[in-house]
Design a protein. Sequence first.
Lengths: 113, 117
Amino acid sequence: AQSVTQLGSHVSVSEGALVLLRCNYSSSVPPYLFWYVQYPNQGLQLLLKYTSAATLVKGINGFEAEFKKSETSFHLTKPSAHMRDAAEYFCAVNRGGANNLFFGTGTRLTVIP
Amino acid sequence: SQTIHQWPATLVQPVGSPLSLECTVEGTSNPNLYWYRQAAGRGLQLLFYSVGIGQISSEVPQNLSASRPQDRQFILSSKKLLLSDSGFYLCAWSVLPTGNLWTETQYFGPGTRLLVL
């Protein structure tokens, strides 16, 4: 069965520093992977998704993620953190069928001025 | 374009009282609909999903129920709330894509924060 694991429930970076949020997947079939962002007291917003077209996926707000099959990873990165990036980030894998998304436990990103 | 609405945005209810949260989607037809809950400091828990009017699947047995009386309306209910029902409730929709079903993407509403006292 497909699943994802997010390493690190909390990540802190300085403003302007590299953001790296980790996600590893487990899948018996080629996975389709997603990153969502949740700002305080809001719903989840789709950041980007990997659907096998290209291994480097660019999303909104300057984020990107790279699918690495050899490492079973789909880490989220951003070259330079902004204060507005402070939020919780969820990795998810599509496991097919109507009940289709399995979410990781989330990583809360804090940006230090 | 599609939009998803949830209301109320915030709700404070006493233990034992009933609950009704509503979610509606605009700009699409026959969506899959989902109810999730986020408890404080925890991830997303899928509660119910629906692939059509009157079709509800429950993921977690509990004192909550869901209904889909119309194509784009999804309601979460309880007859008697428990303290443990407090949390942030999220509704989401998706549309089955043509071709590769594995690329189906869920889109979320703004959420309802429920506090049971």
